[in-house]
Design a binder for this molecule. Structure first.
Ligand SMILES: NC(=O)c1ccc[n+]([C@@H]2O[C@H](COP(=O)([O-])OP(=O)(O)OC[C@H]3O[C@@H](n4cnc5c(N)ncnc54)[C@H](O)[C@@H]3O)[C@@H](O)[C@H]2O)c1
Length: 144
């Protein structure tokens, strides 16, 4: 696929990037916005990780503050073409300090997203299923 074809694919696409104010998520937001995608970044702006509003400076991106552990994502994901899930608790020290929160973000919330249960409804409630499903899941590296 050429750069022109790639840009044509993304032009006008509605994209939701969880963890969009973080290190990788924000870079993704910049790139997608630059090729004409309509990008929403969802981020809980966690203190321990790489979240920074300045990461999104200069990019035409809507930043929504929200936590994937508790947020009803269906309304945000409605009409979205592609969802990139980059939200994670990435601080090794943060995980040591609060392992329950670490598991809630890096395990439970990730499973909800992957399964498409992030609608705030009961587990397995078909009406609560996300549409579209998560298309890109960042591989988790060892803690840092
Ligand atoms: N940075 C790397 O070199 C690298 C390499 C491979 C994989 N990854 C993976 O990519 C993903 C992103 O990494 P990163 O380096 O951009 O980390 P980062 O800490 O910079 O970004 C993660 C973002 O997720 C947000 N977040 C955390 N918990 C949240 C929650 N409950 N709800 C909403 N947002 C929340 C944080 O506020 C932060 O902005 C992680 O899964 C990481 O393991 C990173």
């Amino acid at each position: 696929m050429t750069d022109a074809e790639r840009a044509a694919f993304w032009r006008g696409k509605r994209v939701l990037v969880t963890g969009g104010a973080g290190f990788l998520g924000s870079a993704l937001c910049h790139r997608l916005a630059a090729v004409g995608a309509r990008v929403t970044a969802l981020d809980a702006m966690m203190e321990d990780g790489g979240a920074n509003i300045a990461n999104l400076e200069g990019a035409s991106v809507l930043l929504v503050r929200g936590d994937i552990r508790e947020m009803e994502l269906n309304s945000l994901a409605q009409d979205v073409d592609v969802l990139f899930n980059m939200a994670a608790q990435t601080s090794h020290m943060g995980g040591q300090r609060d392992p329950v929160a670490d598991i809630a973000i890096n395990a439970v919330a990730q499973v909800r997203l992957i399964r498409g249960d992030a609608g705030g409804g009961a587990e397995g409630d078909r009406r609560a299923r996300l549409d579209p499903p998560v298309l890109r899941q960042a591989a988790a590296p060892p803690g840092r």
